[in-house]
Design a binder for this molecule. Structure first.
Ligand code: F6P
Length: 342
């Protein structure tokens, strides 16, 4: 059995832990594993390398992905789809493991429909894939964001400032909500709940009237104002999956708060720092369990599936279910966060 493995989309802490687990578990069954470089792009270009025990030695705590990644969508050009199908034959892959979010796994699902034996592993710091309670990488991103909020808290308090902290999350505000609760945010803005800037300023004023000279506002990059439907973007360029480049809502909110309340405001965009570096212990373990479970699916001839976490059990769900719609923030959780606003 020859397994091809790739990582697609934004890189994510824990990817190397998955690759290591797949290689080690596959070896127990006598399967070989071939790494495909830079996601679907490597399968278009035939850029592959065998993965052995020595290639995965020492990579468990390392951030990023040893395979490299890209946001390549082969279904944009029929020619690329054909190149992939012929390279799968050429390299003799019996099966593919795709590690990714909605885009990478959406492509995996389409290849499965074309007869390729595919297994998916849920990866995204955004935690917005359906069919699983958690994607690996999310816990690390939340820990980084929560630590940043703690640090910003003390400087905000010393200077009597409003701090607006923009975190990642284009369509779902999971990082903002969980890191915001963990960091004691005074207001959390997420794409699922369009915000009214008047209400945000009211919360800031309320705190100041209570004698609290500082406020912590956490905003997901995809947060939107209530009246406009247009996202606030850095520019209008889109990637191969049609996603616009976000980042910038924090600056707009910060300026607005300072102008309306008169309180000195600073904006911090955490950006890619949330994706870089070593995974938390939770993510290392989750990624390891996912890697092992993916090889088990292959051993049992179960394809077109994604491994998933439900409660504390690793299960599998159909790829179709995983990519059908994004998993947005549970609003009961947001209600909990809201109790601490203002
Ligand atoms: O991979 C998910 C993510 O980190 C999103 O949270 C963010 O919007 C996007 O990727 C950023 O993409 P890029 O790394 O291409 O700038």
């Amino acid at each position: 059995m020859k397994i091809g493995i790739l990582t697609g989309g934004g890189d994510c802490p824990g990817e190397n832990a998955v690759i290591r687990a797949v290689v080690k578990k596959a070896d127990k069954y006598g399967f070989s594993v071939i790494g495909i470089k830079k996601g679907w792009l490597g399968l278009i270009n035939g850029d592959v390398e065998p993965l052995t025990h020595s290639s995965v030695s020492g990579i468990l705590p390392r951030g990023g992905t040893i395979l490299g990644t890209s946001r390549t969508n082969p279904f944009k050009k029929e020619e690329d789809v054909q190149k992939i199908l012929s390279n799968i034959k050429k390299f003799g892959f019996d099966t593919l493991i795709a590690i990714g979010g909605e885009d990478t796994l959406g492509v995996a699902k389409r290849f499965y429909e074309k007869g390729i034996k595919v297994v998916g592993i849920p990866k995204t710091i955004d935690n917005d894939l359906s069919g699983t309670d958690y994607t690996f990488g999310f816990d690390t991103a939340v820990s980084i964001a929560a630590e940043a909020i703690d640090r910003l808290h003390t400087t905000a308090e010393s200077h009597d400032r409003v701090m607006v902290i923009e975190v990642m999350g284009r369509h779902a505000g999971w990082i903002a909500t969980i890191a915001g609760i963990a960091g004691g945010a005074d207001c959390i803005l997420i794409p699922e709940k369009p915000f009214d800037i008047d209400k945000v300023c009211e919360l800031v004023n309320k705190r100041h009237n209570r004698g609290r000279g500082f406020s912590i506002i956490v905003a997901a990059e995809g947060a939107m104002p209530v009246k406009g439907t247009k996202l606030i973007t850095q520019d209008e360029s889109v990637d191969a999956f049609g996603h616009i480049k976000l980042g910038g809502v924090g600056n707009i909110i910060g300026k607005e708060i300072e102008k309306r309340t008169g309180f000195e405001t600073r904006v911090i965009i955490l950006g890619h720092i949330q994706r870089g570096g070593t995974p938390t212990a939770f993510d290392r373990v989750l990624a390891t369990r996912y890697g092992i479970a993916a090889v088990e699916l292959i051993k049992n001839n179960e394809f077109g599936k994604m491994v998933a976490l439900k409660g504390n059990k690793i299960v599998s769900v159909n790829l179709e279910e995983a990519v059908a719609k994004l998993k947005t923030v549970d609003l009961e959780l947001y209600d909990i966060a809201e109790i601490f606003f203002g």
